[in-house]
Ligand binder design. Sequence first.
Ligand SMILES: [Cu+2]
Length: 172
Amino acid sequence: MKRILGIAAAIALFGAGTALAHSYKAGPIEIGHPWARATASSAPNGGAYLSLTNTGTTEDHLVAASTPAAEKAELHTHLNENGVMKMREVPPIAIAPGETVKLAPGGLHIMLLGLKQPLEKGARIPMTLRFEKAGNVDVEIAVEAAGQAAPAADGHMGAGGHDHNAAPAQKQ
Ligand SMILES: [Cu+2]
């Protein structure tokens, strides 16, 4: 398995056939593949995902995000409260030394509130991430197909679940 991952990494480095793989660095923080799902034209909000790896020796925090593509970006997570998935804004996200924190569908995410236009598959959206210690870093969000990497059968996008295309906190 390690060897396969190594080969995949090598391919990514040489840019062959992995156009979607992209990463960034802010000091010791590595930001892996920022991406978002394409949104319907009526959707007011979207979600952005990425991974954060701390290659340094001290803890850092993702404090905030901003993008010209939305009125506001908030750090969110999903919580299951009495069987109902809800979103909550979270405090700065800690990244411990040597650890990787994944922002992914169904969990931590960067909520893009008030999209100025729909996120179209294939587009690249600029976003600035702010870290407590590593400072600001500009990244591009790759917009992928609407159903990309949807968690299987967890109800995330189904009845009673949370859908980024809907207004936040509509289920009380
Ligand atoms: Cu959210």
